[in-house]
Design a protein around this ligand. Structure first.
Ligand SMILES: *Cc1c(COP(=O)(O)O)cnc(C)c1O
Length: 621
């Protein structure tokens, strides 16, 4: 196998977009957040932007401003919208991104955006006012303004629009998909909100609540326009209803095993090289690549039509047992003719969304060609805080044979080199720690760099890092990371929104959790695309202000909600997921997620910034 493991069919994505669009009578906005659900946002955005004008989408959606800036940075000129913001972000810098629409999820956020209004010669420049979409919480309990504040919100938005500080370009919300009744109740609430906006004098260009499912399942979601027609002095006003199209764009059906009834072609194919031994076979893909921790009973089918039963999914390799026939050199792991993302999701007990979204960007062919396609680190400061803080001193001490952390200014002292490997394993982008920096550290200490799969060796070589293929590199070659003891990193974030809710408030998709009493909910900008596997929803905890608080409701792609109880918390407050001297131990986290520690760090998504810390040099990110 000479190409990269993961291939994406861009023509299929364009066709899925066209097919979906033909099925709904409203505007369709493709969602390419979370690296296009693991498919590669840059290539997909470019190919959608290159469609002829009659076909081209009017706008693309991403979750945060760093994702938007990355698309602008590679020349994508379509209007963009994002809705997940850090509280203390540099709003001026965000305002510099041309044609970026901003969701506003609270009165405070609206005020911050308005405060950053561009000025020319000391006066607000109306022509450059931010395009804002007011995000209403109609029941999902995540971000969005609570209904009790809508009247004030609309009045305030109107005032700011009159002052030329913002332009209210949209009203938006998001549904939970719990049941038809619940979704229609959200639509009814949304209607009340839009009516309040119109009554306040706002005339948003877009009005959007539907995602893939609700856009086609409920006719009501796409036939509301007449109700919102207004006859103004300047002429008739009629908003553009829109659907934010995520999953179906990639050819997957959110209703699986039921069907939307739209012709969709899955766009992603994941292939793996296979090594045969006496009576078993191993495939060069594992948990560190984003495969689930287990998928009992799943069968893959090779190019000759023979079936292979999936065995143990290890860190970097997965065993296969023949059901019919052999020999085997490579196999389709996900894709046509073998197991689909739906088959994987069924076997692993999750949803197709999570299967593709967690596949790592480094598996894609694009990464082999382009020197670097990830979001430049500087742009990540435009996003809410999601950081892997890496303790290089602890790693250095371990490479020397020391086992304890260093005190400030004290040189590392070797303890014993008896168990010390001459190798440093930098597979899987140095298990998520960042191969560039960790390879340099390894060289500094005279280590030979090794990687456990051929696709890792090729990926490293494309980045100018020479590593020897060493499939059996043992634990001792990974001591520096601390997978067996104290992990040499911690995962940190922040609260981006805090809101008080009444008893009975439901949270996230499927309404699997409801507040038993009045409480305070916090929104943390880490989802299964970033760091938090979907399976930990309902039982894992995060550390907020030094206190352990439970994740409540389902883990979403970009965010989770924590129940803060009656604690006095504010947006911007630090959140520690695991690691460090203060966080929950990685072992405890692994007991919740079922992953190995190496898989936890290796599968941190592309939106997580790697920050390197050294005692002497401070941070050298
Ligand atoms: C992810 C997301 C979508 C897309 O949802 P699909 O079910 O994939 O279509 C739409 N809106 C918001 C706010 C989202 O976060």
């Amino acid at each position: 196998m000479t190409s990269a493991p993961l291939a994406v069919d861009l023509a299929a994505i364009a066709q899925n977009y066209r097919n979906y669009r033909a099925a709904v009578p409203v505007t369709v906005i493709p969602v390419v957040k979370a690296d296009a659900y693991g498919h590669g946002a840059i290539d997909i955005a470019r190919s959608l932007a290159a469609l002829d004008p009659a076909q081209r989408p009017p706008m693309l959606a991403v979750a945060d401003a760093a994702e938007a800036a990355a698309l602008r940075g590679v020349g994508v000129e379509l209007p963009l919208i994002c809705w997940l913001h850090a509280p203390d972000v540099d709003w001026q810098a965000i305002r510099e991104i041309p044609d970026l629409h901003l969701g506003a999820s609270s009165l405070h956020e609206l005020a911050l955006i308005a405060d950053a209004a561009p000025q020319t010669a000391g006066r607000v420049d109306r022509d450059r006012a931010a395009s804002v979409h007011l995000k209403l919480d109609t029941g999902l309990g995540r971000n969005g303004v609570r209904e009790c504040e809508w009247r004030v919100l609309m009045a305030q938005a109107m005032r700011l629009e009159r002052a030329g500080r913002v332009r209210i370009a949209g009203i938006m919300s998001h549904v939970s998909g719990t049941s038809a009744d619940d979704d229609l109740a959200q639509l009814a609430a949304f209607s009340r909100g839009v009516t309040l906006a119109l009554d306040a004098g706002l005339r948003p260009y877009y009005v959007h609540i539907a995602a893939t499912t609700s856009g086609v399942v409920y006719e009501q979601f796409t036939s509301l326009n007449d109700q919102w027609v207004r006859h103004d002095e300047g002429g008739e006003y009629r908003p553009n209803l829109a659907v934010r199209l995520g999953l179906a764009l990639y050819g997957l059906d959110p209703l699986h095993p039921d069907r939307l009834g739209i012709d969709l072609t899955p766009a992603l194919t994941l292939r793996a090289e296979v090594e045969g031994f006496e009576d078993y076979w191993v495939m060069e893909l594992g948990q560190v690549d984003g495969l689930p921790t287990r998928a009992p009973g799943l069968e893959l089918i090779d190019d000759n039509g023979n079936h292979w039963q999936l065995g143990r999914i290890g860190s970097t390799h997965t065993t296969l047992q023949p059901v019919s026939g052999g020999p085997l050199r490579e196999i389709t792991c996900i894709g046509k003719g073998s197991a689909s993302a739906d088959d994987w999701a069924d076997a692993a007990g999750t949803i197709n969304y999570e299967i593709t979204t967690r596949l790592m960007a480094r598996l894609r062919s694009r990464d082999f060609e382009a020197p670097l396609s990830a979001t430049p680190d500087a742009l990540k400061t435009l996003a809410p805080r999601r950081e892997l803080c890496i303790d290089l001193d602890l790693m250095a001490a371990r490479l020397l044979g020391g086992t304890s952390a260093l005190r400030a200014g004290e040189p590392a002292r070797p303890v014993s080199d008896r168990h010390l490997s001459r190798w440093l394993d930098i597979s899987a982008d140095a298990y998520g720690f960042g191969a560039q920096r960790i390879a340099a550290l390894g060289r500094e200490f005279g280590k030979e760099l090794v990687a456990r799969t051929r696709h890792d060796v090729a990926w490293l070589a494309a980045r100018g890092i020479e590593a020897r293929y060493e499939p059996t590199a043992g634990r001792d070659t990974r001591i520096a990371y601390g997978f067996q003891g104290r992990i040499a990193a911690s995962l940190r974030s922040e609260l981006v929104q805090v809101k008080r809710v009444a008893a009975g408030q439901a949270v996230s998709y499927g309404y699997t959790w409801r507040a038993g009493r009045a409480t305070t909910l916090g929104l943390v900008p880490l989802g299964y695309s970033d760091a938090i596997p979907r399976c930990v929803g309902g039982h894992a905890k995060l550390l907020v202000g030094g206190v352990q608080v439970p994740i409540v409701g389902r883990v979403a792609m970009d965010q989770v909600v924590v129940d803060l109880g009656d604690a006095n918390c504010v947006p911007g407050m630090p959140v520690v997921c695991w690691g460090g001297t203060d966080g929950i131990s990685i072992d405890r986290w692994c007991s919740w997620s079922g992953q190995s520690p190496a898989a936890v760090t290796a599968t941190l998504g592309a939106r997580v910034l790697r920050r390197y810390q050294r005692v002497d040099g401070g941070q050298d990110a």
